[in-house]
Design a protein around this ligand. Structure first.
Ligand SMILES: [Zn+2]
Ligand SMILES: [Zn+2]
Length: 135
């Protein structure tokens, strides 16, 4: 059954993202899915991810020069942003979202905001410590 198999794939992707906690790139997700479903095509994973996005179960982020990352939402209203380290590619939570205030101002002007993204990259503390002369 096509739909049953799709559900199983989606559940697998969800559980992988759940274990990861931090955003994963499509290649990282693919590597883990292939462990369990060796015959799956990357396009199938993309299709499942699109379905999960439209169900609002996961979030999509552009980090690291627009590479796309995915992350599970703990609830559908959850709202988070991330910062990525250019060196080790580790991903950190942004402590809060500064955009909401700007959004309310825009909406008072009659603009309907549908979504926003924040893209920040830099060097994390650990990497700075490792290569003091570089930065
Ligand atoms: Zn780093
Ligand atoms: Zn935000």
């Amino acid at each position: 059954m096509e739909s049953g198999r799709n559900t199983k794939q989606k559940q697998l992707i969800l559980s992988i993202l759940k274990d990861a906690e931090l955003p994963m790139s499509i290649n990282e997700i693919y590597a883990k899915v292939v462990d369990q479903l060796p015959k799956i095509a990357k396009s199938t994973i993309y299709r499942n991810i699109d379905a999960l996005l439209s169900q609002n179960l996961i979030d999509k982020y552009h980090l690291n020069d627009n590479e796309v990352f995915y992350r599970i939402k703990s609830d559908r209203n959850e709202h988070k942003h991330f910062v990525i380290c250019d060196d080790c590619k580790k991903v950190f939570d942004l402590p809060s979202c500064p955009i909401h205030e700007i959004e309310s101002t825009m909406e008072e002007e009659g603009f309907l905001i549908k979504k926003h993204q924040i893209q920040i990259s830099g060097i994390c503390k650990e990497c700075i410590g490792k290569s003091k002369n570089k930065y």
